[in-house]
Structures are given as structure tokens and as C-alpha cells.
Design a protein around this ligand. Structure first.
Ligand SMILES: O=C(O)CCC(=O)C(=O)O
Ligand SMILES: [Fe+2]
Length: 355
């Protein structure tokens, strides 16, 4: 195995095992009933499959989702053309504190550098967000996308893809609401008045030391729901809830990988957990993946839903403001902070539950 800069090296217990466990993969769910009829409420079997997957895995794959393969193919090709350029070209659209969207290659997860480069694109243009993480500062800011000159088709490919995936995300939110015995449209108000969703083009170049580094270190997604597409290389691993083993998510053509994020964990009062995952790299093939991170409007107050709490099952979290949470996270991208990045367990109600 080769060498990498020490900033990329994972501690011993977090290094990937190069022989992967593929057995008993995450559940596969056929969404074809939704192509022919709605509302989702008529599909009790589908709702039950979503409930099982959310309870037992926090992850599932969907097929027959209605999104044309070309839409993803075009975007992955455009992403490849963008990342293939010299660094000085990519740096022209670099992300910084003033422009939080665009190109970035020094992301750290849990203080270890990730073996990847990314390009972030916001969905609503402009996206309204708090200007500061300070709780009492009510100033707002507007996020705009930064588009590179090359490749010229990147912008249209992103915009077309986002339109399709957004529709899918709303269908999935309806299914998740129904699976929690809530009305299908229960989550809609959080997203319908200015959401903060974004997509990330991930490029994982070949790595000379795939036994030491990770494309993305172990983490949970802070958002509501992630819809991920990956190419045929593979690398994503999900932590199995039953025994904590890292399970390889085998690339399956024309499927999307869905995972419950931290906000659904809080809304559901821990009925559905946001599950840890990470990305392995390899020494021979580059890999591309594109997560769509579904996020509510910046002012959304996130707390366990009243319908899912009662005296026997009291709320396990204090409420938090999504935009302030996000701004606090973002801050650590540009400044090395001494404290751990903000996490939902910081809002757990009782001290013995923390950790
Ligand atoms: O590349 C992948 O498969 C997953 C990436 C991921 O987990 C993330 O960007 O949050
Ligand atoms: Fe993730």
C-alpha cells in the first residue's frame, strides 16, 4: 500500500476492512405502485416496507422510482468533466464563508480529512439562511450557486436532476409520514415555504492507501432525508443496527439509496434512527456519487412531533432551530474549532441519555 498525507489517516479502530461484508444488504423497495396511483395512503404494503426499513436499517434502496436514467447519467458525466479540470479552474468556484456553495476539497469528518472533492449546489435560488450561528442574531443571508464556465452543461444537468429528485423526496416523505401513522402531508409545511435542500457532487479519486483513509469518515446526515445516487464502483458502507458491522452497499443500477437523517430521528422521537455510514476508497478507480439532502426552511424549529409523544413516551429532545444548527455546522468548515461539531444528541433531554 502507498502513502498519504497524515491528515487523511484514520485512527486504527476506524480504518476500513478491505474485505467487504455484502450479505443481507439493505432492503430494496419497489415504488411502482406510486407510478400509477396516488395518494400513497392506498398502498398499505409499501408503507409497511418503509416502516420496517426505517426501523431496522435507517437505509433502503428504491427502484421503479420514475426518474429517467438519463437525468442521472448526464449529471454524472458533467460532474466528471468538471472534476477532470486542473485545480486552478476548480478553485475559481471555491466555497468560502461568503460563498458557501461550490467547489471544496478539504472537508474533514470528525477532524480527519476526507479523500474526496465536492461541488455543492443549492436547490432554491436564492436560499434564505441565517447569516450567523449566534442564537439572537436575526440577520439573514441569501445563498446563490456558483457556476463554472466549464463544462457548460453542468448547470442544466443539475437543475434537471434536482427537479426530478425533489418530486421523489416528497413522495418518500409522504410514505414515511404514513409509516409513522401520521397524515401523508404532515411534514409538508416544513419544506413548502422555502427549503434549504442542496445536492453535492462527490468525486473520490483513486487513493494510494485505501487501508488508512476514507472517502468520508463515519457520520450521520444532519438533514431530514438523503437520496443518493452512486456509480458502479461502490464504497458506501452502512453500520448495521443489529451488530454494528459495516455493511457494503452494493451498487445496483437505476436505484436510489435513501437514508433517514437526524431530523426524522428527532421528529419521530427516536422511533427511526439516523444511521452511521462511511465511504471507502480504492487504489484503482475513481468514484462519483450524488446525495440530495432534503432540508426544511431555515427558521424551522425541530422537535419531537406531539402526535408521537405522550406520558409513556415523553419527548426525548429539546427543540432546536434548523438554520442555527446548520450555521453552527458550517462554521466549523472554515475554522478549526476545539469543540466537537454540533450533533442532535446535544439536545437530548436527560443527561444520562447523552453520549
Ligand atoms: O458517497 C457516498 O456514497 C455517500 C456520501 C455521504 O454519505 C455524504 O456525502 O453524506
Ligand atoms: Fe452521508
Amino acid at each position: 500500500m502507498g502513502e498519504v498525507d497524515p491528515t487523511f489517516i484514520q485512527q486504527l479502530e476506524h480504518r476500513p476492512k478491505l474485505e467487504v461484508i455484502e450479505a443481507q444488504g439493505i432492503p430494496q423497495i419497489d415504488l411502482s405502485p406510486l407510478l400509477t396511483s396516488s395518494p400513497a395512503s392506498v398502498h398499505a404494503d409499501l408503507v409497511a416496507q418503509v416502516r420496517d426499513a426505517c426501523e431496522n436499517w435507517g437505509f433502503f434502496q428504491v427502484f421503479n422510482h420514475g426518474i429517467p436514467v438519463e437525468s442521472r447519467g448526464k449529471l454524472i458525466s458533467a460532474a466528471k468533466r468538471f472534476f477532470d479540470q486542473p485545480m486552478e479552474e476548480k478553485r475559481k468556484v471555491s466555497r468560502d464563508e461568503a460563498h458557501p456553495l461550490g467547489y471544496y476539497d478539504t472537508e474533514h469528518t470528525k477532524n480527519v480529512r476526507d479523500w474526496k472533492e465536492v461541488f455543492d449546489v443549492t436547490v432554491d435560488v436564492p436560499t434564505l439562511m441565517w447569516a450567523s450561528h449566534e442564537p439572537d442574531d436575526e440577520q439573514r443571508t441569501k445563498y446563490l450557486n456558483q457556476w463554472p464556465h466549464h463544462p457548460p452543461e453542468l448547470r442544466e444537468a443539475c437543475e434537471e436532476y434536482v427537479k426530478d429528485v425533489q418530486k421523489l423526496s416528497y413522495k418518500l416523505l409522504e410514505l414515511i409520514a404514513l409509516s409513522l401513522n401520521l397524515p401523508a402531508n404532515r411534514f409538508e409545511p416544513f419544506f413548502s415555504k422555502g427549503q434549504t435542500s442542496f445536492i453535492r457532487l462527490n468525486h473520490y479519486p483513486p487513493c494510494p492507501a485505501p487501508d488508512l483513509a476514507l472517502g468520508v469518515g463515519r457520520h450521520k446526515d444532519a438533514i431530514a432525508l438523503t437520496i443518493l445516487t452512486q456509480d458502479d464502483v461502490g464504497g458506501l458502507e452502512v453500520k448495521r443496527k443489529t451488530d454494528g458491522e459495516w455493511i457494503f452497499v452494493k451498487p445496483t443500477p437505476n436505484t436510489f439509496i435513501i437514508n433517514v437523517g437526524d431530523m426524522i430521528q428527532v421528529w419521530s422521537n427516536d422511533k427511526y434512527e439516523s444511521v452511521e455510514h462511511r465511504v471507502m476508497v480504492n487504489s484503482t478507480r475513481e468514484r462519483f456519487s450524488i446525495p440530495f439532502f432534503l432540508c426544511p426552511s431555515y427558521y424551522t424549529v425541530v422537535e419531537p412531533l406531539v402526535e408521537l409523544t405522550d406520558e409513556q413516551n415523553p419527548a426525548k429532545y429539546d427543540s432546536y432551530n434548523w438554520g442555527k444548527f446548520f450555521a453552527t455546522r458550517k462554521r466549523s468548515n472554515f475554522k478549526k474549532l476545539d469543540v466537537e461539531n454540533i450533533q442532535i444528541y446535544h439536545f437530548k433531554k436527560s443527561d444520562e441519555l447523552k453520549g
